[in-house]
Design a binder for this molecule. Structure first.
Ligand SMILES: Cc1ncc(COP(=O)(O)O)c(C=O)c1O
Length: 367
C-alpha cells in the first residue's frame, strides 16, 4: 500500500463540487486579486478565530513580516523566537533588519521553553514570537505575563495550529496579533500560497492592510512604504469553501492521532507526542522520537510510507545563522531531541486500514 504524507487530492475529491464552483465563479467574476470572496473569507476566518480583523496576505511568511513592520520592529531590535520552528519565524525578524534571539524548546511539546525566555530579555528586546508548533499551543499565560512585565509585543505564529485551543480559547486570542499560513498542506490550506494576519487592534490592522497593498488603503494614496502581498481571489474563494469543514477535519486528525497513540503506546524506546495540560492539539503533525530515526525512515520508505523531519536542525545552528555565533550548549534540549524526531503521515482522509498498515510497518521497522 502506498501511503502519502498528506493526500490533498483526496481532500479535493471530498468537496470537489464546491471547489470547482468556487474556481469557476472567480474566473467568471475575474476577481483574481482580492474581491468579494477574499473579503468574505477574511470576515469568516476572523469570526472563526474570534478576532476583530483578518487581513489575508500572500503567505504566512509575509504575514509575520508585515506584522513586524506594522509594530515598527527593525534594525537595533531583538525578537525572541523558539529555536525549533520552520525558518520563517526567524527569517522574518532578519528580513525586518532585527535580530532573532533563539530560545530552547521542550522535548515533550515542541514549544518554546518559557522558563528560559526572561534571561534573554534586554533593552533591545521588542517582541516574543511563540510558535504553536505541529498544532500544539505554546504556554501562553506565562508568555503574556512576561510581555506585560517587560512591555513586549507578542505575535503568535499559528501557521500550524488553526483551531487549537489553550485554556478553552482558540490560539490567536492571546498575543497582540497572530499570523496564520494557508500553505496547501496546512490544516486549512489554499491551492497555492496564502496567509492571514488577525488582531483586535484597529490601528495595527489598518497598518497591516496598507503595508500589504503598497502602503495604500485607497488607490494611489501611498501613506507608507509597503509591498505587494494580497490574497488571490481564487485562494479566497477556495479557503471560504474549505473553512466550514475545518472543525470536522480537525476532529478526524484528533481521531487518527488517538489511534496512533493507542496502537503505539508502550513500545520501549519510542516516544509518542504528548498534549500539554489545558490544551487541544490539532495534529498538523504527529511527531514521534526514536534513537534509530533514520533507519526507521528508510525502512518505511521501502514500504511506500512517506514520513518527514520537521525540522532537522536547530535554527541557531543552520549556516544562515552562523554569524550569530550560537553553540550547541545554548539550546541543549532541541539539540538533543531533533536527531530523533520523525513525522508520521496524518491527514483527515486517512482510513483505519492506512493507520493499521503504518503502525504494523513502524513496529516491524523497530525490529
Ligand atoms: C511555523 C511556521 N511559521 C511560518 C510559516 C510560513 O508560512 P508560509 O509557508 O505560508 O509562508 C510556516 C509554514 O510553513 C510555519 O510552519
Amino acid at each position: 500500500m502506498k501511503v502519502p504524507f498528506v493526500d490533498l487530492y483526496a481532500q479535493y475529491l471530498s468537496i470537489k463540487e464546491e471547489i470547482d464552483q468556487a474556481i469557476a465563479q472567480t474566473i467568471k467574476n475575474t476577481s483574481f486579486i482580492g474581491g468579494k470572496d477574499a473579503r468574505e473569507f477574511e470576515a469568516q476566518f476572523a469570526d472563526y478565530v474570534g478576532q476583530k480583523h483578518c487581513i489575508a496576505v500572500g503567505n504566512g511568511t509575509d504575514s509575520l513580516e508585515i506584522l513586524l513592520q506594522a509594530y515598527e520592529i527593525g534594525p537595533g531590535d531583538e525578537v525572541i523566537v523558539p529555536v525549533h520552528t520552520w525558518i520563517s519565524t526567524a527569517e522574518v525578524v532578519s528580513s525586518a533588519g532585527a535580530i532573532p534571539v533563539f530560545v530552547d524548546t521542550d522535548p515533550d511539546h515542541y514549544t518554546i521553553r518559557v522558563d528560559e525566555i526572561e534571561a534573554k530579555i534586554n533593552e533591545r528586546t521588542k517582541a516574543i514570537m511563540p510558535v504553536h508548533l505541529f498544532g500544539m499551543p505554546a504556554d501562553m499565560d506565562p508568555i503574556m505575563e512576561l510581555a506585560k512585565k517587560h512591555k513586549l509585543i507578542v505575535i503568535e505564529d499559528a501557521a500550524q495550529a488553526h483551531g487549537a485551543t489553550y485554556k478553552g480559547k482558540k490560539v490567536g486570542n492571546f498575543g497582540h496579533a497572530v499570523s496564520f499560513s494557508f500553505y496547501p498542506g496546512k490544516n486549512l490550506g489554499a491551492y497555492g500560497d496564502a496567509g492571514g494576519i488577525l488582531t483586535n487592534d484597529d490601528e495595527i490592522a489598518r497598518r497591516c492592510r496598507m503595508i500589504a497593498n503598497h502602503g495604500q488603503l485607497s488607490k494611489h494614496d501611498h501613506q507608507m512604504i509597503g509591498r505587494n502581498s494580497r490574497l488571490d481571489g481564487m485562494q479566497g474563494a477556495i479557503l471560504k469553501a474549505k473553512l466550514p469543514y475545518l472543525d470536522r477535519w480537525i476532529a478526524l486528525r484528533q481521531q487518527h492521532a488517538q489511534s496512533y497513540t493507542e496502537l503505539l503506546s508502550g513500545i520501549p524506546g519510542l516516544k509518542l507526542p504528548e498534549v500539554a495540560k489545558d490544551c487541544t492539539h490539532v495534529w498538523h503533525l504527529y511527531v514521534i522520537q526514536h534513537e534509530k530515526r533514520d533507519e526507521i525512515k528508510e525502512k518505511l520508505k521501502g514500504k511506500d510510507i512517506s514520513t518527514g523531519i520537521h525540522y532537522p536542525h536547530p535554527l541557531s545552528l543552520v549556516p544562515a545563522y552562523a554569524h550569530l555565533g550560537y553553540k550547541k550548549e545554548d539550546t541543549p534540549k532541541a539539540v538533543d531531541y531533533l536527531p530523533r524526531i520523525l513525522s508520521m503521515p496524518i491527514y483527515p482522509e486517512m482510513t483505519e486500514e492506512i493507520i493499521n498498515y503504518v503502525v504494523t510497518e513502524l513496529k516491524a521497522s523497530l525490529g
